[in-house]
Design a protein around this ligand. Sequence first.
Ligand SMILES: [Zn+2]
Length: 80
Amino acid sequence: MKKCCESLKESLLDFLEGELAPELCASLEQHLRECPECEVVVSTTRRTIRLYREGSLYVELPLEVRQRLTLRLRSTLRPD
Ligand SMILES: [Zn+2]
């Protein structure tokens, strides 16, 4: 995996939750336009978050991403 992709993975959840700094958002979006691989990861993760919110989480993400996602979702997305 390319270095830029690694750093995208780091910021992915913040990006999807709208917590990423605007300048980082811009460079991330730029990267997505140039990197189909990461585009897939982002759309998959976005779908996963939606499923999680609907209570039907089905994960097809790399384990590492899934673990981070689950931790983050647990702490930030719980409706209560
Ligand atoms: Zn990439």
